[in-house]
Design a protein around this ligand. Structure first.
Ligand SMILES: [Zn+2]
Length: 448
């Protein structure tokens, strides 16, 4: 089928159109020569020169066309659809030799992004790609630009969009979370608005002094008294800080944080404990028996079955694949400690489903008793410590049942943080990392 091409009336001749393209893209400059890539035959370098032979001297204001270092050049990155990729644009970067004595280097062309050797249009293109959630690596592959440069562009765009002060007037229920950003040496504290599902504040560090400015701001805005609850990590020293700064806020330990603690403090330790115990049992056998295949097998099974044990125990069973359910069954069958810990974990989860603080407390007390019993039975002290911690934090845990908010929001934030950490080299540039986080959780009512 024939395709009809609309005919445009125009007074322009073909060379004029080409010129118009250049004038549009590189205003104030004209094309003097170009180079092609030998192999691909595609355009690779454009050599430009200014339309004017001189500039206004920044010192005396006179028009000056005397130069030294006439051959100094600047290599600017561009991306051209006709070239099918990145091209270099060469422009002179001469030094003035004005009669007034000024020897300043001429300004970079207006179409160059300030601070970068990239044309503004390419900068805008990069930001467009990034807004479509294309990773920095891929943008780098498409445009041929350096990772660091793309990061700078991304950061500049994020700063413009999310760098300002957030509207906090409607916040009621908050979550405060600390995240490790450099293998436990460096921390960030993240504040979320749970109703809006938005990250509203990210700060480097996890000490009281790091977070105090945020509370001061709430006080200045007069909204410190409207905060009803704050969900926090049990590890940190937040309770004191919150009591001092948010007079009406209940402290709540939600399911996500308690489970996180259980995972780190008890289940991970139980794994090490189980392996040690299995190896010890084997070593304590008489030398003759150690050679028997059934003992070797028993040792192998004991070590093998605790693989990923904490994860199998903590995940809701209906979320496990049939394959993993089978592994969980084997774990409970072969390891009594984990079988017992599984029972506590399952019971503990029901605390957050309780309909009142009172019934939550009674379930929680059963869990604490179970922890004690398991510690006695297996000689495993970490679970006793965890039980005592539950007792100390009982008020905040039972409060969480009444406050009711989605654990999934916190979990989602935590996972996204991990991803951002991995791809964004966050810890090298904290500000960028923080902006990335703010940009990733804009809240359910945010409109671009
Ligand atoms: Zn001058």
């Amino acid at each position: 089928m024939a395709v009809s091409v609309p005919s445009y009336r125009s007074n322009l001749q073909v060379p004029d159109v080409a010129n118009a393209y250049f004038t549009n893209r590189y205003p104030g400059y004209r094309l003097v020569s170009y180079q092609c890539n030998e192999q691909t035959k595609s355009l690779s370098v454009l050599v430009l020169e200014p339309l004017l032979d001189g500039v206004v001297c920044p010192r005396c204001g006179a028009y000056c066309n005397r130069w030294k270092d006439k051959d100094r050049k600047l290599l600017i990155n561009d991306w051209d659809i006709a070239a099918g990729g990145c091209i270099k644009v060469v422009v002179p970067s001469r030094r003035l030799r004005c009669r007034c004595g000024c020897t300043k280097t001429e300004d970079r062309p207006q179409w160059v992004l300030p601070g970068h050797l990239v044309i503004k249009q390419l900068g805008a293109f990069v930001q467009k790609l990034l807004r479509h959630r294309i990773s920095i690596e891929d943008v780098s592959r498409i445009t041929g630009l350096d990772w660091a440069l793309i990061k700078d562009l991304d950061k500049a765009a994020l700063q413009l969009a999310h760098g300002g002060q957030k509207d906090l007037s409607r916040i009621r229920r908050l979550a405060i979370d600390e995240i490790s950003i450099h293998k436990g040496h460096k921390y960030a504290t993240v504040v979320m608005d749970l109703d809006e599902r938005a990250i509203i504040h990210v700060v480097e560090g996890k000490r009281q002094v790091d977070l105090q400015p945020f509370f001061d701001r709430l006080q200045e805005l007069g909204i410190d008294k409207q905060i009803e609850s704050v969900s926090v990590d049990m590890n940190a020293a937040y309770p004191k800080l919150i009591k001092e700064n948010l007079p009406h806020a209940k402290i709540a330990y939600d399911r996500f944080h308690v489970m996180q603690q259980l995972n780190k403090q008890v289940l991970a330790a139980a794994k090490v404990f189980s392996i040690k115990k299995a190896l010890m049992t084997y070593r304590n056998l008489p030398a003759k028996q150690r050679k028997l295949p059934q003992h070797k097998r028993a040792r192998a099974v004991a070590v093998q079955c605790v693989k990923n044990a904490e994860w199998l125990v903590i995940t809701d069973q209906d979320l496990l694949s049939p394959d993993r359910q089978e592994r969980l069954r084997l774990l409970r069958e072969n390891n009594q400690l984990f079988a017992d810990l599984y029972a506590v974990t399952a019971k503990l989860k029901t605390v957050w489903r309780a309909c009142s603080e009172q019934s939550a407390l009674s379930v929680l007390n059963e869990c604490i008793e179970l922890c004690e019993a398991i510690a006695d039975e297996h000689g495993f002290d970490d679970v006793r410590k965890f039980g005592r911690m539950l007792r100390r934090r009982a008020e905040g845990i039972t409060a969480a049942c009444v406050v009711k908010f989605g654990t999934n929001i916190l979990e989602g934030a935590n996972n996204t943080t991990k991803v951002i950490k991995r791809v964004a080299y966050g810890f090298r540039d904290f500000e960028y990392f923080a902006l990335k986080l703010l940009g990733a959780f804009l809240g359910i009512h945010y409109k671009q």
